[in-house]
Design a protein around this ligand. Sequence first.
Ligand code: PHE
Length: 453
Amino acid sequence: MSEKNSSSLEPREQWGTRLGFMLAAAGSAIGLGNIWRFPFVVGEGGGAAFVLIYLGFVLLIGLPLLIGEISIGRKGQANAMDSYKAIQPRTKWYLNGFIGILISFMILSFYSVVSGWAFYYFIQALTGQLIAPNRDYGSTFGGFITDPIMPIVFQVLLMTIVVIIVMGGVKKGIEKWNNILMPTLFLLLIVLVVRSLSLENAHIGLSFFLKPDFSVIDSTIILAALGQAFFSLSLASGLYVTYGSYINKKNSIPANAGGIVFLDLLVAIMAGLIIFPAVFHYGIDPGRGPDLVFVTFPTIFTDMPFGALFAVLFFFFIFVAALTSAISLLEVVVAFIKEKFHLSRKIAAPITGAIITVVGMFCALSFGSLSHVTLFDRTIFDILDFLTAEILLPFAGLILSIFLGWIWKPAGVREEVEKEGNSLPLYSIWSFLIRYVIPVVILIVFIDSLGII
Ligand code: PHE
């Protein structure tokens, strides 16, 4: 279909195949959130107890909301904001869609920085400059991210690729890339899991990751687990409304949602199974923060047969996983801008991408020349990360659950889900979770972390 003019006269773009949506959505969900963010928040959160709470949030909050969020897009057939309007005209619920678009904008500004780091590490590995015996990977990484130029160069390069793919549209751009790249990531992760589990003392790392000690849990950790669940699933960011608006009514929404949650969890757990045995084996501090994977993985590769080759493959895949998520973040904003201002993709994508890149530069610099700019002890990067993952996404999720449970109502969602002979399994449990459990749990986590109870 023609992409030149995306006015409302054009038929809406659609995924080419049934698997197209699933792979693109999984490509969005699986990203730095699983491979970079998950290990370090688990490390900071003290290990297995965090993982268990996270798992609970993913299954009890994430999965039911995901079904609802996809349904909004498929019913509304528009961008993240206008889909709400199509379902509830003349109300203000569309503002939740708008919040999602804003969140995606904010996430991409710092996400593009970390994706740029992964890109840089891939190029370093490819040119044989990353892995060296006895190298102090902590200071290597520190030196790189505090540099005023290189992180920005790679952030800009990355955003250029993202913009070009989004300009290509849903079928030719987004879908084609995901189909090639996603499956290969799994194979590589499996090899690395096997390697890590065969390290000496792997069991110490394993029990850190899998044997819960609930005495370490406090309200900050619970909020962090909730935020990580939303972030990793790309939930409440407008993504599922946007991608959902390109699916065919024949597609089963619950089956897709289940698949996405499963794959996203699988990759996070695999990342944990690789990282933690290695962290304890090599004496790295699991709570060291955002540089955890950039230090641990090179250490693993230095000490592994064909390590230099694995380094190339691994950083290529982190880069790809980051890329498919960054594409999805930009798509949420671009779908909105192009429909609102009647622009073509080819115009909306570069303009939006450029603005986000500029905001992102401040995040990149917050590790070096702007590290003194802080609010409540947090740098620009930290503020955007905390605000989006731990405040705005769960907040938008709360409003989403109220919208689904009390405004559009479970019966309305069910009608959309059950089009073309599909079914919504466990409907009454799903509806109970959406109406009561999810809003109440999110509220309690929020109130708890404010220290009121
Ligand atoms: N889920 C993505 C990741 O884990 C990040 C993301 C969040 C993407 C929100 C889109 C929307 O890397």
